[in-house]
Design a protein. Structure first.
Length: 176
C-alpha cells in the first residue's frame, strides 16, 4: 500500500468515525441516553443553538431536563460533509427532529418537527473524534396535532423506548 493509499484510507476512517459520532448523538436523544449524548462532545466543547449557548455538557443537560415529558423522539442526521485537516475537521450536517409531546393544558399530544443544520468543529484527541464546538441553525419548525391514534394504543413492544428498555440494548448485550 502506498503512502497516498494509507492517507486516503485514514481519511475515510476519520470521516466514518465523525459520522458515527453524529449518529450516536441522534440515538442518544431518541433513546433518552444522556451519557450517550454527552460522550459525543469533548468536556470543554461549546454550544450555540437557538437561544441556548454555553458549554455543551451544560446546554445538553438543560435540554434533557426540559424534554422529560416528551413521549418519543426521532432525530435524523443527513447530508454530512466533512473537511479534514490533521486532527481537526469542520462538519456540516442536516437534521430533522420529531418530538411527540403533551399538548398545552395536558389534553392530548402534539407533534413538533424541526429541521436545520449542525455546523460542528470536531477534534481528534487521544485518537478519538468528538465535537469541540457546535452551532445549530434552524431552518423550519412546525407544531401540529398528533395524527395517528393507533400508534398511541399499540402494544409497547411495537414502540421505541428509552434506554435500557428499548430492544436495541438487549441486542447489543448479546454481542458481548
Amino acid at each position: 500500500m502506498t503512502a497516498s493509499d494509507r492517507a486516503a484510507a485514514r481519511q475515510l476512517l476519520d470521516k466514518q468515525a465523525i459520522t458515527e459520532t453524529l449518529f450516536r448523538y441522534a440515538r442518544g436523544w431518541d433513546r433518552r441516553d444522556l451519557a450517550g449524548i454527552l460522550e459525543c462532545f469533548h468536556p470543554d466543547s461549546s454550544h450555540r443553538h437557538g437561544a441556548s449557548s454555553g458549554p455543551s455538557h451544560e446546554v445538553i443537560r438543560q435540554w434533557f431536563e426540559m424534554t422529560t415529558a416528551v413521549k418519543s423522539m426521532t432525530h435524523l442526521i443527513t447530508n454530512i460533509l466533512i473537511d479534514l485537516t490533521g486532527d481537526a475537521a469542520i462538519c456540516e450536517s442536516h437534521f430533522l427532529a420529531h418530538h411527540r409531546r403533551p399538548a398545552a393544558g395536558a389534553v392530548g399530544e402534539r407533534d413538533w418537527f424541526i429541521g436545520g443544520r449542525y455546523l460542528d468543529r470536531f477534534e481528534r484527541r487521544e485518537d478519538v473524534w468528538k465535537i469541540a464546538a457546535r452551532t445549530g441553525l434552524e431552518d423550519f419548525e412546525r407544531l401540529v396535532d398528533a395524527a395517528e391514534e393507533s400508534h398511541a394504543n399499540s402494544p409497547a413492544e411495537y414502540r421505541g423506548r428509552a434506554k435500557p428498555d428499548d430492544p436495541l440494548y438487549a441486542l447489543l448485550a448479546g454481542l458481548a
